[in-house]
Design a protein. Sequence first.
Length: 80
Amino acid sequence: MFYLVCKDLKQRTAIINHLKQNNIMAVFHYMSLHKSSFYEEKHDGRELPQTDEFTERLVRLPLFFELDIDKAINTLLKYE
C-alpha cells in the first residue's frame, strides 16, 4: 500500500483532485475506528487527537498492476 501524509484536510483534498485531473484515482484512506459505526458503541469516549488528525491527512494511492508508477510520481511532483 502506498500512502501520503498531507499537512491538513485542505491539502489532502487538493492532492486527490490534482491526481484525479490526471486520471489517477486516489482516495482518502483512514477513518478513526473509534468514530466508525462498527466501533463507536465499544469506545470508552476518550479523545484520540492523533487518530483524528490522521483521518484528515492520509491519502491512499492506487495500487494495481497497470498503474504507471512514473506517471503517478511525476504527477505528485508537479502538485503545487
